[in-house]
Design a protein around this ligand. Structure first.
Ligand SMILES: Cc1cc2nc3c(=O)[nH]c(=O)nc-3n(C[C@H](O)[C@H](O)[C@H](O)COP(=O)(O)OP(=O)(O)OC[C@H]3O[C@@H](n4cnc5c(N)ncnc54)[C@H](O)[C@@H]3O)c2cc1C
Length: 474
């Protein structure tokens, strides 16, 4: 193969993974990142001397990471294995989380003795072992021969019930409350269970049976590991240089112009479109959700027994989905509470908590004392049975809100960009990594996989680089 010059826009997980693979295969790769940090949506912050990784908190489908490492090791110069260049350890959490819904609470997997244990065990038996099939689809295009058995196994599982909601509604033996606990996970793709494929119902069962993982040191260890692998393969990473225009084989930044045979964008889809000079009127479009995320250092631990990951659901999930779809503040939201005691996962001397409140993608600023955040913090404290408002445990904190997310991501701070059509909501669709109109431009990560998180963007990088390397003759 003749080495190509390649520019990758964005040093988030997908940009770095793509750059690492392409450089390992012998290409000359430069990553251009507009901000000052590595990791994009996964940003490490230090509050009161304590480390907290913002953005993604849990890693699912670890087979996708293993497949990335396998392919990295196989490409080009094999002087050192990835594990020697940048070791990373993933720690499984004891449970996916503790879920609170309308006065009921359960762990996932639902514990013995809980009224939902038996129906959950039945549900998990059907769905919990589909991780292999989903991992195959996340790492191979759905057109590939490898994907055919996986697609047919998944499709035969859901029958004619296309959406998460219709599929779960069809399971008459599943209690209503447990259905809600399962379907709230579609918010991980930023949208309602009516707008996601039935496949999303499977996700919590796979997460429960495979366990969710967190890298020791925090999730930001993933992009930091990718950075090391990319640099080892010869990638040059330019930080703090924002792209302001993309044209054929050219990227214009605030300070200079770069030329390359191939340009790969990992920026949110509409950000990429704007840089291409396309009109991107999104005012009337349905967007996925945003968040008000409070990262706090505690001066006192939460009560004994508080789980690492808690999910406080709204009494009326339908009303939440509607409000988010209308870009309105919901009466009650879905809130994740991620609690790390001193020394657990992070090398911290104090305990920390991240309270992640699902919010409309309205681009607005929400402080800790905004009406919305205040009401949700009060509700969370009450529902979790804390003896005082969770705010009173905080010694220092930082808040990230839709205004922050919209600063460099999708319009309104939508975490997963525009809400996609239902058939584009899972790994069964084939995203457009390239087009015949602009054969020099490729898209990965947030640009093609708005929902789905780390496995989707990492798997998308694997699929896109495989296609690109094939086109380049490798
Ligand atoms: C609050 C939150 C919670 C989440 N929770 C989870 C979770 O628990 N598990 C999970 O798997 N996933 C989760 N996700 C999703 C996951 O974080 C993303 O899917 C993933 O990080 C996207 O990576 P990416 O590289 O594709 O995009 P990004 O991380 O968005 O990277 C794009 C990069 O491009 C840069 N950029 C933007 N504009 C320009 C420009 N003009 N010029 C140059 N650079 C530019 C950005 O600064 C950024 O670094 C969460 C996301 C958020 C925000």
């Amino acid at each position: 193969m003749k080495s190509k010059s390649i520019i990758v826009l964005g040093a988030g997980i997908s940009g770095l993974a793509t750059a690492a693979l392409l450089a390992k295969a012998g290409n000359q790769v430069t990553v251009i990142e507009g901000s000052s940090w590595i990791g994009g949506k996964s940003k490490r912050i230090i509050v009161d001397g304590q480390r907290m990784d913002t953005g993604p908190a849990l890693v699912t489908f670890p087979g996708v990471w293993q497949e990335f490492i396998r392919r990295y090791d196989l490409l080009g110069n094999q002087d050192k294995k990835a594990i020697e260049i940048a070791p990373i350890t993933f720690e499984p959490l004891a449970e996916v989380g503790e879920y609170f819904y309308k006065g009921d609470k359960c762990l996932l997997p639902v514990e013995q003795g809980n009224k939902w244990h038996e129906p959950w065990a039945r549900f998990e038996k059907i769905h919990g072992k589909l991780d292999q099939e989903i991992t195959t689809l996340l790492t191979n295009t759905s057109m590939s021969p490898k994907a055919v058995p996986a697609v047919s196994k998944l499709v035969s599982n859901y029958g004619i019930r296309l959406t998460t909601k219709s599929y779960l509604d069809g399971l008459k033996w599943l209690p209503e409350g447990l259905k809600e606990v399962i379907s709230i996970h579609t918010l991980n793709a930023g949208v309602a269970p009516e707008s996601t494929l039935a496949l999303f119902a499977t996700m919590p069962a796979v997460m429960a049976s495979q366990k969710v993982l967190v890298p020791v040191g925090g999730v930001n260890e993933i992009p930091l590991t990718l950075e090391k692998l990319a640099r080892h393969a010869g990638v040059e990473i330019v930080m703090g240089e924002k792209a302001i225009a993309i044209s054929k084989n050219k990227v214009k930044t605030e300070s200079r112009e770069y030329q390359a045979e191939i340009i790969i964008s990992s920026l949110d889809a509409k950000v990429t479109d704007r840089l291409l000079g396309k009109s991107t009127n999104e005012s009337g479009r349905k967007m996925s959700c945003s968040g008000v995320a409070i990262y706090a250092v505690l001066d006192q631990d939460l009560p004994a027994g508080t789980k690492t990951h808690s999910v406080i659901m709204p009494d009326d999930p339908g009303a939440l989905h509607k409000a988010l779809g209308d870009k309105k503040v919901p009466k009650e939201s879905m809130v994740f509470v991620n609690y790390y005691q001193a020394g657990h996962i992070y090398p911290n001397s104090k305990s920390t908590v991240a309270v992640l409140i699902t919010a409309p993608a309205d681009g607005k600023h929400y402080g800790i004392d905004s009406e919305f955040a205040k009401a949700e913090l009060e509700r969370v404290s009450k529902v979790m049975g804390l003896p005082k408002n969770i705010k009173e445990y905080f010694s220092s904190f930082e808040v990230l809100d839709p205004e922050y997310f919209s600063g460099w991501g999708a319009t309104g701070g939508a975490l997963y960009g525009e809400a996609r059509k239902i058939w584009q909501s899972g790994p069964l669709h084939t995203p457009k990594h390239s087009s015949i109109v602009r054969p020099w431009l490729w898209r990965v990560g947030a640009s093609t996989h708005p929902g789905g998180g780390i496995p989707a963007v990492l798997g998308g990088s694997l699929i896109a680089t495989e296609k690109l390397l094939r086109r380049l003759g490798v």
